[in-house]
Design a protein around this ligand. Sequence first.
Ligand code: AMP
Length: 445
Amino acid sequence: MTFATLGLIEPLLRALETLGYQTPTPVQAQAIPAVLAGRDLMAAAQTGTGKTAGFALPLLQLLTMEGPKVAANSARALILCPTRELAEQVHASVAEYAQHLPLTTYAVYGGVSINPQMMKLRKGVDILVATPGRLIDLFRQNALKLNQLQTLVLDEADRMLDLGFSEELANIYRMLPKKRQTLLFSATFSDEIRSLAGQMLNDPLSIEVSPRNVAANTVKQWVVPVDKKRKPELFVHLMRKGRWKQVLVFAKTRNGVDALVDKLQGLGINADGIHGDKPQATRQRALDRFKSSDVQILVATDVAARGLDIEDLPLVVNFDLPIVAEDYIHRIGRTGRAGNTGEAISLVCADEVNMLSAIEMLTRQTLTRKTEPDFEPEHRVPDTDASGQVVKKPKKPKKPKASGGGGGKRNLGKWVDSGDVAPAEPSIKPVRKVPVFNTGPRKKK
Ligand code: AMP
């Protein structure tokens, strides 16, 4: 199958040729004809599947072939994204695909001055990429009208809900014309997403592409058990041992990012960090420097790394496991893209066992553990498997009281050590079910 057989017009084919896209990905093969035919779409596809081109190419074609010229302060298509980074990335892709078309594109998001955005919108834009909050601000200030809107795309809809945008989405819904085409993309389909889809979509075609990262054919994943306090030391050790060149590292919190970056820089390692507390310009600079290999190690929180698109990223390290299991899939989706192989290494301490279990349950696989010599944890990470069960550590039998003479190691019972198979000792607690870990949408902080 080629892009031409999907019915795309010549200016788009020319742009794709320049970009080196030869064959449509599965999501593109399914989405492009459906969108061209005017259908609404509900697509289960995560980052790395080629979903952006899946909606952008037919969208550009429809806007070129039909509909009136864009009016002042209007947009003909709106792509909603959860973060500024993703908005920028999506906009960059759309602009590349549209390079031979007479269409205008623009991205708006918060954290930067609204005035230039208002100025830019005066003439109207064919395709507007936006984060929900800023879109509402622009609408309320009459800088943007949506009565000319033909198509709405909700990109990473699950992420928008995770980030607490459900109220904004409800407001935007009220601003939209009734007659429109709507395309919803989401990595996961919770009840909340389904209800959003039920409200926003009209007889949608459902598309599901096998989650590449869950299948994990191209990403080699494993876990290194370690004590929490030794994680920085282990990271540096693995980095030197593996001669890592370009690594994207995920930490759970903003403080965690800063602490690791400080530690690495203190050792003379070329590292930088991005998180939500840093100004947009600083984050963008760090991303650009990482992409151009001026920075070797980029440490990020999940939100800040959203939308990061680096080709051929060989390695992702989870310095901390994510709080929401789905984020694991998003994280490792940064490597092994477009047919390349990648590695994803997670440094896991005993505290994180429930998170590990939730990830294994979600990805339906038991992650291989590789203990690093000299870094064997004192606090053992209990065994887990893809069924979502955690095997509790067997209790160490009490030492019998020394009854005179010798004391020391006598009659210790059958103590089975951490890495071994769980012994059939009565002291072992039965296997217990892990509480469901992914607890729906997080509230905006
Ligand atoms: P996305 O899932 O939209 O974030 O796309 C992931 C990456 O795959 C991006 O770097 C795209 O440029 C690239 N890509 C998308 N479609 C194709 C294709 N058909 N052939 C080659 N690369 C592609």
